[in-house]
Design a protein around this ligand. Structure first.
Ligand SMILES: Nc1ccn([C@@H]2O[C@H](COP(=O)(O)OP(=O)(O)OP(=O)(O)O)[C@@H](O)[C@H]2O)c(=O)n1
Ligand SMILES: C[C@](O)(CO)[C@H](O)COP(=O)(O)O
Length: 401
């Protein structure tokens, strides 16, 4: 039966409906509502634009929606090749306008797709194309009905249970030999047979055999508000997490004194750290690391040393400020890691208290806070006890668009 595809597959995407069952939205009718951060119709068109066998694509829209469509497709590749057509009062009338718009474009086959089925995918398109390639004039992707189907009378009393073994839920793209379906649609319009809800029904009416291929349970039509909300949740769940890492480094000189503050913990010592604030080199490095995860500059931009307000200030206020900036940008702090490089005092006995302080300041769990320390093996400025250095790494997950 395999004959192979000989010619061009045109596409009609119908999107001229008003989406009354889904209800009104500031974004416009349902095909322009955003799911996963993009308009529904963007996803539908992308599937066809990404499929290498797609030929010319006619997009059928309502006359009021031109600006919405232009905005929705602005970042799609090859969008300038879309043929934009005005739809009619019914889906059937809109499809006919789309079919007519493909005349003169050398189309041999046509796939007719609801704009509001955004989960159509390449595998499904291949199955449908294989049906056409096998020589079938009309192809209907469908899934077997899985609920028990009841018939009821007007008062809501069940009158029958309908056997479901031969029932199938129709999907799109319903696909045809182009001249055949255009002819059937034209004849239906001439004969004012205008109550068809899909194109396979028109083919059936015209006596054209319609061949089933396996649809996709993901290929749902977004009909009511809940369908749109669920599609949005699904795409957000699939979105790649926006994980960012920032690093920070700081050094402060040591001078004679009575102790140092590191990670917010005071450690008695025969030296102190020199600095404008309390000179907590560890918290300064971590502040820079957090700011780096959202491109918010560094600690000096937010707290200039020239500003007398920060003289002697506890460095936790710098870290809290950076954490608020991260939060305002949609970030959740996942991990904070500090390495201290100091010859003395010994950090080990204070590590736990330091981790607890970080967890308290950042309001995250203890297992997400790490403090490590090393000496500099007596070499360099650290080895000579002239200063203490700190390196910090912050990991933050940001909410997607
Ligand atoms: N006059 C119409 C009616 C519908 N459609 C399109 O046909 C597809 C399937 O229709 P449906 O889900 O019924 O959409 P609406 O007609 O918009 O919905 P409603 O019946 O709730 O108003 C949609 O992509 C819709 O935009 C169309 O192009 N022209
Ligand atoms: C074409 C269709 O998507 C097949 O299931 C459907 O018939 C069109 O939507 P409507 O809600 O029936 O108008």
């Amino acid at each position: 039966m395999e004959q192979g595809l000989s010619g061009t597959i045109g596409v009609v995407v119908v999107a001229a409906g008003r989406g009354e069952r889904a209800g009104a939205s500031v974004e416009g009718p349902k095909q322009y509502r955003r799911i996963g951060g993009r308009p529904v119709i963007w996803h539908t068109l992308k599937a066809f634009l990404d499929w290498p066998k797609s030929g010319p694509i006619a997009v059928v829209i309502h006359p009021d929606d031109r600006a919405l469509l232009d905005q929705a497709v602005a970042d799609l590749p090859a969008r300038e090749e879309l043929i934009i057509v005005t739809g009619g009062a019914t889906r059937q009338a809109s499809v006919l306008n789309g079919l007519r718009a493909l005349q003169g474009h050398g189309v041999n086959y046509v796939m007719i797709q609801d704009g509001v089925r955004p989960f159509v995918n390449g595998d499904l398109l291949e199955r449908v194309a294989a049906g056409l390639a096998a020589g079938h004039v009309a192809i209907l992707p469908a899934v077997p009905v899985s609920d028990t189907i009841k018939r009821a009378d007007a008062s809501g009393v069940i009158t029958a249970t309908v056997p479901r073994h031969d029932l199938h839920a129709a999907q799109t793209p319903q696909s045809f030999f182009y001249d055949t379906i255009l002819g059937a649609h034209e004849r239906a319009a001439e004969e004012k047979a205008m109550a068809f809800t899909d194109d396979a029904s028109i083919a059936e009416w015209a006596g054209i055999p319609v061949h089933l291929v396996e649809g996709s349970i993901d290929n749902v039509k977004l009909t009511v508000q809940r369908d749109i909300a669920m599609a949005d949740e699904k795409l957000k769940g699939l979105a790649l997490p926006d994980v960012r890492t920032g690093n920070g480094y700081d050094v402060h000189q040591l001078e004679a004194g009575d102790g140092v503050t590191l990670c917010g913990i005071f450690i008695p010592h025969d030296q102190k750290l020199k600095g404008h604030s309390d000179a907590d080199v560890a918290l300064h490095a971590l502040t820079d690391a957090l700011l780096a995860t959202c491109g918010a500059g560094d600690i000096g931009d937010h707290f200039p040393p020239s500003d007398m307000r920060w003289k002697g200030a506890p460095s936790r206020i710098f870290l809290e400020h950076a954490a608020r900036i991260v939060q305002a940008a949609g970030g959740t702090i996942m991990n904070a890691d500090i390495s201290l490089i100091a010859e003395a005092p010994k950090i080990g006995p204070h590590r736990q208290a330091m981790r607890e302080k970080l967890a308290e300041i950042l309001d995250i769990s203890l297992d997400r806070c790490s403090v490590k320390a090393t000496t500099n093996e007596t070499i360099g400025f650290v080895g000579r006890r002239e200063g203490i250095a700190a390196i910090a790494t912050a990991t933050v997950v940001y909410r997607g668009a």
